[in-house]
Design a protein around this ligand. Sequence first.
Ligand code: ADP
Ligand code: MG
Length: 285
Amino acid sequence: MSKNVTAAHTAVDIQRVSLVLNDLRLPAIKLVWADFAARADKEGWPGARLIAALAEHEVAERDRRRIERHLSEARLPPGKTLDSFAFDAVPMISRAQVTAMCSGDAWLEKGANLILFGPPGGGKTHLAAAIGLALIENGWRVLFTRTSDLVQKLQVARRELALEAALAKLDKYHLLILDDLAYVTKDQAETSVLFELISARYERRSTLITANQPFGEWNRIFPDPAMTLAAVDRLVHHATIFEMNVESYRRRAALQRQSRAGRPPTYATIKSTEELSRSDNQIND
Ligand code: ADP
Ligand code: MG
């Protein structure tokens, strides 16, 4: 074969390769194969090495895109990571235990739960979101929602006789983060969608709950005491509970800034820390 014939042959193939890669749904290979092939020619890679490099690239890109999709579906509050969480501010929580939980496996596979208790501003939402983010990076699917928002949606579904389908849709999430359970309002409690959600996930899918109030106060969340008892029973059967009984992080940070500045607290400082603690409460209202 003359050199010209070979070149023409290659040119035809190049166009076809792109089409075929489209048909085969290999978009990552389609983007890079020409560069990889040129490099293989230049560096004299064996054919098997080129194929392996292309296949690995496609797999890595798929993983990246999947994690990107899982991140956008999770609706995590932005900027709340484990790296930006000061573990020394909550000495009752072990970083090692949290890190172990973030690799998922055992607890997510058996549908165990995680419950974070503590007063406003103590870092419950931050820690919950950071755990969610770490789990997504490890390949799990997570949904973060304010409890009252989800309850509202499930009530609408119930009215449309579609509650079961709505609950089944949540099954795809290995972890459902219900932020601020205590802020479910009394009229939301009139229906028991939250109880049905908890029952539907029991021993199958994990739930992470944050709450300002201990179990004793949960009677205000469920329609009657028997249902509260049954809900708590299911939630704690396989659960890790973190008691984050610390003062508001922002208030402490503000006070620390003040004392580092070396000035005694003034009326203005005291006032502004009061405002900070009020805004902590508002955030959770
Ligand atoms: P909660 O949900 O318990 O009311 P948040 O998680 O909303 O508290 O925390 C209030 C603010 O303080 C947030 O901006 C959060 O990022 C920050 N924060 C709380 N605890 C910590 C911590 N241990 N390390 C870093 N930031 C924290
Ligand atoms: Mg919160």
